[in-house]
Design a protein around this ligand. Structure first.
Ligand SMILES: Nc1ncnc2c1ncn2[C@@H]1O[C@H](COP(=O)(O)OP(=O)(O)OP(=O)(O)O)[C@@H](O)[C@H]1O
Ligand SMILES: [Mg+2]
Length: 269
């Protein structure tokens, strides 16, 4: 374990990134997609990641989840250095960081029933089987506000919003320390977005899980997160508590983002 670490808001740090860089391909012409990014996420804290398309948000998410290697730099979880990709991480480390993607269709195996999809991490990480497994699946369905009989369905028999709920239930099944949400509502109809966001807010309050919440929507970040980092062409240009982000943006790019934009957050309270 490393020494005590504090995030800017004073929480004990859960995840710390130091100089994390990612270059796609062997001889990428466009420079690093992520360039020497350093920040930390406190225990129980939600950090929003804001930035225009192509700024490196999903690259950051995939690196944390172990789906892409770090080209340079280090990531620590509770002081323990994370190995590059999923193949090199222990089962327990894999469990601790879960990710939900933008497109709920492609992240669920179409050949498996919902109960199998949610049951997998329960079997794999906790060794559940039989009635205990079935009970836990039903509880998780309830936590994402889906009826228990949805366990029988296949992903093709669900709406986009319901599929995303299943993806959330599958992530929660692992009892993660960090939940990465990569634009999880942007592929959904506006009316469905609000319900899903309040569900995530409930999860955040109830479980105390740390979140990395990636969004284009600044007002949504304000509603959802404690702190925000802003990426600009792969570089971190802002790392502040949400109120300060609005009151004293440090980078001109942040100031330009803050100019009024339509937001789903208006329909939330
Ligand atoms: N598989 C890949 N191979 C090569 N370059 C990639 C790959 N994926 C992303 N990139 C490049 O890396 C940069 C960052 O992409 P990334 O997907 O992280 O952006 P983003 O901030 O998530 O954008 P968006 O808001 O559109 O989702 C972009 O320039 C993109 O073209
Ligand atoms: Mg993205």
């Amino acid at each position: 374990m490393g020494g005590p670490m504090q995030s800017p808001l004073g929480q004990t740090s859960l995840v710390t990134l130091e100089g994390v860089t990612h270059v796609y391909g062997a001889n990428a012409s466009g420079g690093p997609a992520l360039n020497a990014v350093s920040f930390s996420i406190g225990a129980g804290e939600t950090v929003a990641v804001i930035g225009e398309s192509g700024s490196g948000k999903s690259t950051l998410a995939r690196i944390l989840a172990g789906l892409l290697p770090v080209t340079r730099g280090t990531i620590r979880l509770r002081g323990e250095t994370l190995a590059g990709t999923t193949q090199h991480r222990s089962s327990d480390l894999l469990r601790r960081i879960q990710i939900i993607f933008q497109n709920p269709g492609s992240s669920l195996n179409p050949r498996h029933r919902v109960s199998t999809i949610i049951g997998r991490p329960l079997q794999h990480f906790f060794g559940l089987s039989g009635a205990a497994l079935a009970d836990r699946v039903e509880t998780l369905l309830g936590e994402v506000r889906l009826p228990g009989h949805y366990g029988e369905r296949y992903p093709s028999e669900l709406s986009g919003g319901e599929r995303q709920r299943v993806a959330i239930a599958r992530a929660l099944a692992a009892e993660p320390d960090l939940l990465i949400c990569d634009e999880v509502t942007s592929a959904l109809d506006v009316s469905v977005q609000a319900a899903l966001l309040s569900l995530l807010k409930d999860v955040q309050k109830r479980t105390g899980v740390s979140m990395l919440f990636i969004t284009h929507d600044l007002a949504l970040a304000r509603w959802f997160a404690d702190r925000a980092i802003v990426l600009f062409r792969g570089t971190l240009c802002e790392d502040t508590a949400i109120p300060e982000l609005y009151e004293r943006p440090r980078h001109p790019y942040t100031a330009s983002l803050i100019e009024a934009v339509p937001s789903i957050a208006r329909s939330l309270t």
